[in-house]
Design a protein around this ligand. Structure first.
Ligand SMILES: NC(=O)c1ccc[n+]([C@@H]2O[C@H](COP(=O)([O-])OP(=O)(O)OC[C@H]3O[C@@H](n4cnc5c(N)ncnc54)[C@H](OP(=O)(O)O)[C@@H]3O)[C@@H](O)[C@H]2O)c1
Length: 337
């Protein structure tokens, strides 16, 4: 359990990655009460400097003894590192907020999106999990609709940016784009196919049921966060040549009839959501506009005319912020409240 203090020693494991860098920035932007910041990464980054609150913090190599005196450890260095080092951090007395998939479905580990299930953190035993980036964006919008009209089934197709894979994938999209525009051959290292000027219906590994692991994460994590095993979710996760922000087309079937106007009203009143929906003026959420924003943006709100009780939404959220780093820092804010 976290002892209440005026300021906290915070560690970021994976501090040099796409999410880790965003975590450092968000701790500073939200004025999180940090007495000391411990930045950890692989031996490749040892000695690198990252600016925080006007000073340079030296990156150290992640090790089991990195967590002495650390109060809160934000992990964002991949599931293998979380499995190896998070228990050591907890043993040293830190509370771990883990961004990887390592502990998300562990029944002893709360899976938290503060706008949806903030109360779940009270049950933690040292580790709190941050959900998958495409799940977070979706459940923030599902929760108020579920409260108003009881969601029965969700059909979602995602359009996920390359930053969701990390910094190497962002470099690969940039390099492939430059190569193709210069009539050169592309190199493919991160994804199984060229991502520039292409869409890949393939995120994470394929499972025996024909879905990918990413698609099953959206189904399983949604039930856990919403604390409702009866919600049926079927997902198709697609990687698109966009640098930042995940977009999602979401079809929702509800138990009770809810009009598009009522959906607009409940979403507009809910925390963490901006309704941006004026198609006649060509206004709907776009990845390029939502990049760097904290809220999830919802537009194209309309009734599904093919079923009695259904609505369609277009959701865009910044995968590095609300989908990862911001949600983790919000969990840390709940911990110190
Ligand atoms: N990107 C997203 O939108 C997103 C969203 C939700 C969750 N996540 C999760 O967050 C984690 C990080 O994702 P990312 O996108 O930030 O990846 P990334 O850009 O590839 O960064 C990975 C980070 O982990 C560090 N790391 C890798 N191997 C290590 C090792 N053996 N020991 C210590 N540190 C090591 C890297 O350090 P070096 O720089 O030294 O290599 C880097 O700081 C993953 O678990 C991912 O699933 C990502």
């Amino acid at each position: 359990m976290l002892k209440k203090k005026n300021k906290y020693v915070v560690a970021v494991a994976g501090a040099t990655g796409a999410v880790g860098r965003e975590m450092v920035e968000i701790l500073e932007q939200r004025k999180f009460p940090v007495s000391d910041l411990v930045l950890l990464a692989s031996e490749r980054s040892e000695g690198e400097r990252v600016e925080f609150n006007g000073r340079n913090v030296v990156v150290r190599r992640l090790a089991k003894d990195s967590f002495k005196d650390v109060d809160i450890a934000l992990f964002s260095a991949g599931a293998e590192r979380s499995l190896e080092f998070a228990p050591a951090a907890v043993k040293s007395g830190a509370v771990v907020i883990d961004n990887s998939s390592a502990f998300r479905m562990d029944p002893k580990v709360p899976l938290v999106v503060p706008e949806v299930n903030a109360d779940a953190i009270t049950g933690h035993a040292g580790i709190i999990a941050n959900p998958n980036c495409s799940t977070i964006g979706m459940v923030v919008a599902l929760k108020p609709i579920h409260d108003a009209a009881v969601i029965k089934r969700v059909v979602v197709t995602t359009f996920q940016s390359v930053s969701g894979t990390g910094k190497k994938a962002m470099d690969e999209l940039a390099q492939q784009t430059v190569s193709l525009l210069n009539f050169r051959d592309v190199e493919t290292n991160v994804y199984p196919h060229q991502i520039a000027f292409n869409c890949l219906p393939h995120i994470d590994a394929f499972l025996d049921n024909g879905y990918t692991r990413e698609e099953m994460k959206m189904a399983n994590e949604t039930k856990k966060i919403m604390a409702d095993e009866s919600i049926r979710v079927t997902a198709t996760a697609v990687r698109v040549p966009v640098f930042r922000c995940h977009s999602e087309s979401v079809n929702i079937e509800t138990g009770k009839k809810i009009s598009a106007n009522d959906v607009r009203a409940v979403l507009a009143a809910a925390p963490g959501i901006i309704v941006y929906d004026d198609p006649r003026k060509n206004l709907y959420p776009l990845a390029i506009d939502v990049a760097g924003k904290d809220e999830i943006y919802v537009g194209r709100i309309r009734e599904d005319e093919s079923i009695p009780n259904g609505v369609n939404l277009w959701i865009v959220s910044d995968n590095l912020r609300k989908g990862a780093a911001l949600n983790a820092v919000q969990i840390a804010e709940l911990l110190i409240k």
